[in-house]
Design a protein around this ligand. Structure first.
Ligand code: SAH
Length: 350
């Protein structure tokens, strides 16, 4: 719909929602009406950009919402299949058009709508999972770098895998060695990617499904030195400290602790605790790959909390790399929250 200022001056065009706190999601600025096929054109541009990245993976994000000028639309590619999320009324209404454009441009064997995230409730939309096109099996096989994964697009977290960490896994591989602890490991993204460089691998996740999937993925990749434990990371870190365990490489990739602004103080104490304990478990010379995917916690805040943790752990730490989500999840420079994933690679000096 057209958006105008109070004085009637045209501002642009937007998707409208009558329930959400976000009433308007701009799709174009200025007086010109977007062409009737603007969705198809933008999907084509999003696909062309991903092709230009020459990613070393068969699973990646094809459309990343606002950053592809397609607000609240997510499309992930898993090999021959696509998984779509329509997270606002405007995008939900256009799903038939979106599906037709994706079928034409990406030529998938099937398209699944994982429209079950809770944010849809804020839009007055129901949570549902539907096949929009073709068939979508319960298990898909994809590859990321040298690692093959079995993915459940119907029930896995997000759309099946945490695709936004691919380039951070690649980066971490440059430093990984010795004894690896992968905390909050889900299907073992970091554990399996880094395993070939490490002597032993301990992956920890609270979800029984995730742990079962790590074991299955480790076996399928012939990685016999990967141990997966179903544990709360907060408890496991304490237990490892008590038993005097030590690691040469540690990955911390927790879920978003601050899902809203009110949760920020508690989130900061959570980040502080896990980073403090990890720095104590790390050998001097070892690397800590520590992440936050809370868009309410800025990179500066995250660096501060990690630096406090280092002070409390009496660890001298250098910053090796500051990273973000992969390039298939672009950041909008005018919208700082779109830099939601922060990944710091640190080295413990002493
Ligand atoms: N590192 C993963 C993604 C992690 S997502 C990858 O690269 O693919 C966060 C994971 O943390 C989820 O799998 C969730 O089950 C797990 N989790 C959440 N709270 C936890 C806790 N307190 N202890 C252990 N795991 C937890």
């Amino acid at each position: 719909m057209q958006v105008a200022s109070e004085r009637g001056r045209p501002i642009g065009h937007a998707l409208f929602s009558d329930e959400s706190q976000i009433t308007l999601r701009m799709v174009a600025f200025g007086p010109a009406v977007p062409p009737p096929d603007f969705i198809e054109r933008r999907i084509a541009a999003a696909i062309a950009y991903r092709q230009s990245l020459a990613l070393d993976a068969t699973a990646y994000r094809l459309v990343h919402g606002e950053a592809d000028r397609l607000p609240s639309l997510i499309v992930d590619r898993y090999g021959d299949y696509l998984v779509v999320q329509a997270l606002s009324q405007g995008t939900d209404r256009r799903l038939p058009e979106i599906t037709a454009a994706l079928a034409k441009l990406a030529r998938p064997a099937g398209i699944l709508a994982r429209n079950d995230p809770r944010v849809r409730l804020l839009e007055g939309l129901e949570q549902r999972v539907d096949v929009l096109y073709g068939d979508v099996p319960e298990r898909l096989e994809v590859r990321e770098g040298a690692v093959g994964y079995r993915v459940d697009p119907w029930k896995g977290q997000k759309t099946g895998l945490f695709l936004d960490q691919r380039e951070n896994r690649e980066a971490a591989l440059r430093y990984a060695r010795g004894r690896l602890l992968d905390a909050f490991s889900y299907h073992g993204g970091f554990a399996l990617a880094l395993a070939p460089r490490c002597d032993s691998v301990l992956a920890v996740d609270i979800s029984a499904d995730a742990v079962a999937r790590i074991r299955e993925n480790a076996a399928a990749n012939g990685l016999r030195h990967v141990e997966a434990r179903e544990m709360n990371v907060f408890d496991e870190l304490r237990e490892l400290e008590r038993t005097g365990a030590r690691f040469d490489t540690i990955v911390l990739d927790p879920p978003a602790f601050a899902k809203n602004k009110a949760a920020v103080p508690k989130a900061m104490s959570g980040y502080k605790e896990i980073n403090l304990r990890a720095l104590k478990l790390l050998e001097p010379g070892g690397f800590l790959v520590t992440c936050s995917c809370s868009y309410n916690v800025s990179e500066e805040m995250f660096l501060d909390v990690v630096s406090d943790a280092a002070a409390d752990a009496a660890a001298e730490v250098s910053l090796v790399e500051k990273r973000a989500q992969g390039r298939d999840h672009p950041i909008l420079i005018k919208v700082p929250e779109t830099h939601y994933l922060k990944c710091l690679i640190l080295r413990k000096l002493a």
